[in-house]
Design a protein around this ligand. Structure first.
Ligand code: ZN
Length: 183
């Protein structure tokens, strides 16, 4: 079993600020997003625009991580996911990256406003560069949608928890077979 890097852990943490099963979202306001960021040592200078963009970025990341798990779903769900990903991409395109590579690496100015989005964008870029992105998946159970790390060698884990979501899916498949079966 592999463990997520700090960058992958940040993506998990950010994606799971929305908890579908519990019906909670810990970044619904500018102040909540700011507190969430500061708690993690990330830039907490957040304004209304950054908040709107962060929500959009999260939706796109979650859509991307669902596709990582189940491939492209058919019909309406696929269109919705594609739209969410496109919007998130346009958010990443606004992110100022102040790091300088060289010849003499030097820090840019202080990261304000979009600093948090830049931090998440950089974490995602590093996760992609390391190939870790394929291990980040969203649970396909619609009552759950938890984002998890697939640490298996084969990267074939589908459910966040086999005992809950995996069994729920099995029970549904069983009930569907029963409904179809003649008495
Ligand atoms: Zn689940």
């Amino acid at each position: 079993m592999t463990e997520p890097s700090a960058h992958a852990a940040l993506i998990l943490d950010f994606a799971n600020t929305l908890d579908v099963e519990a019906g909670t979202d810990v970044i619904t306001t500018v102040d909540e997003l700011s507190a969430w960021a500061r708690d993690r040592g990330l830039p907490g200078e957040v304004d209304e625009t950054t908040h709107v963009r962060a929500i959009s970025l999260r939706a796109g990341l979650r859509a991307r991580l669902l596709l990582n798990n189940i491939g492209v779903p058919d019909t309406a769900e696929a269109a919705e996911a594609a739209r969410a990903i496109e919007q998130a991409q346009s958010v990443l395109d606004t992110v100022p990256l102040r790091a300088r590579l060289g010849p003499e690496p030097e820090p840019g100015g202080p990261l304000l406003g979009d600093g948090l989005l830049a931090a998440i964008g950089v974490a995602w870029a590093l996760v992609v560069a390391a190939g870790e992105w394929q291990r980040l998946k969203q649970c396909p159970d619609h009552a759950c949608e938890w984002v998890f790390w697939d640490g298996t060698r084969s990267r074939t884990r589908r459910w966040c928890t086999m005992s809950v979501c995996g069994n729920r899916a099995k029970a549904r498949a069983y009930a569907a077979r029963r409904r179809r079966a003649p008495d």
